[in-house]
Design a binder for this molecule. Sequence first.
Ligand SMILES: Nc1ncnc2c1ncn2[C@@H]1O[C@H](COP(=O)(O)OP(=O)(O)OC[C@H]2O[C@@H]([n+]3cccc(C(=O)O)c3)[C@H](O)[C@@H]2O)[C@@H](O)[C@H]1O
Ligand SMILES: Nc1ncnc2c1ncn2[C@@H]1O[C@H](COP(=O)(O)OP(=O)(O)OP(=O)(O)O)[C@@H](O)[C@H]1O
Ligand SMILES: [Mg+2]
Length: 250
Amino acid sequence: MDKFHQHLENYRVNVKEDIEKRLAFIREQIDGPGLGGAVVGISGGIDSAVTAALCVRALGKDRVIGVWMPAYSQPVHEADSKNLADAIGLNLVTVDVGPAFDALVPAIQDVLPLNDKTKGNTKARLRMTTLYAIANQQGYLVADTCNRSEVYVGYMTKGGDGLADFNPVESLTKHEIRILAEELGVPGAIITKPPSADLWEGQTDEQEMGFTYEDLDRLLITGETRPEALERIEYLHRISEHKRNLMPGI
Ligand SMILES: Nc1ncnc2c1ncn2[C@@H]1O[C@H](COP(=O)(O)OP(=O)(O)OC[C@H]2O[C@@H]([n+]3cccc(C(=O)O)c3)[C@H](O)[C@@H]2O)[C@@H](O)[C@H]1O
Ligand SMILES: Nc1ncnc2c1ncn2[C@@H]1O[C@H](COP(=O)(O)OP(=O)(O)OP(=O)(O)O)[C@@H](O)[C@H]1O
Ligand SMILES: [Mg+2]
């Protein structure tokens, strides 16, 4: 077995211990300052599924709100979000951010045209606004869902999914997140689905980044990867330095 798979195997063996460490971290973040609970944006993807499952285990289902926020989202993600909620006992609510997006984008476009990426990032920032409204009102914290792989290359929207109050999955690569998801009882369809920001039709992480999560996670775990991927990964890492901030994480 190579170094990469050996690392993942070790993680699998120790996953229960790792979960306990993360649950303690979440309780410390919420109960330390005497706050009520946590709010998590639920996309139907694996990162938010794992984050929500950890929060529910740490705090109990009455202290966690999951929010599905469609804006021209693929129907499969809504179904997966509902299946997740049933599987982990998550209190899931829906806030449709589509109308706000439809009102805001033409107003900005009166000033200058926006491309698909900019529009997509605007959706992510409307979701952040929604999560903070709920957190504000309830005395909750917003949970971040960005994993170690995404953070390394800055693959998140600044001030969107990249802005939150604490992060229970920050030190985990995408491959480790998959192992954790299995252990937490996340439905299989969410674990095997290709990662996507779903910010525009047909978007997938690997296609947009220009390398695979295996390329990226091999680098993070073993220090080596395919030379062609390495150049692009390090380029994205350099230009995203401004996105890595000081929020408490584990
Ligand atoms: N050197 C610098 N120092 C300080 N600030 C700097 C900067 N360079 C850019 N900026 C600022 O940052 C902005 C660009 O950052 P940002 O708005 O994030 O935009 P950008 O990095 O261009 O796009 C975000 C990327 O993250 C992806 N994404 C978003 C959301 C979720 C997921 C997912 O995995 O699901 C992925 C999305 O598909 C896209 O590829 C600039 O407009 C500028 O305001
Ligand atoms: N439609 C949505 N409703 C609610 N939250 C969303 C939605 N789309 C994205 N988000 C939030 O933005 C985060 C970033 O998206 P990202 O795609 O990186 O994570 P994911 O969907 O959970 O996992 P994956 O990377 O496997 O797709 C999500 O984890 C979620 O918190
Ligand atoms: Mg996603």
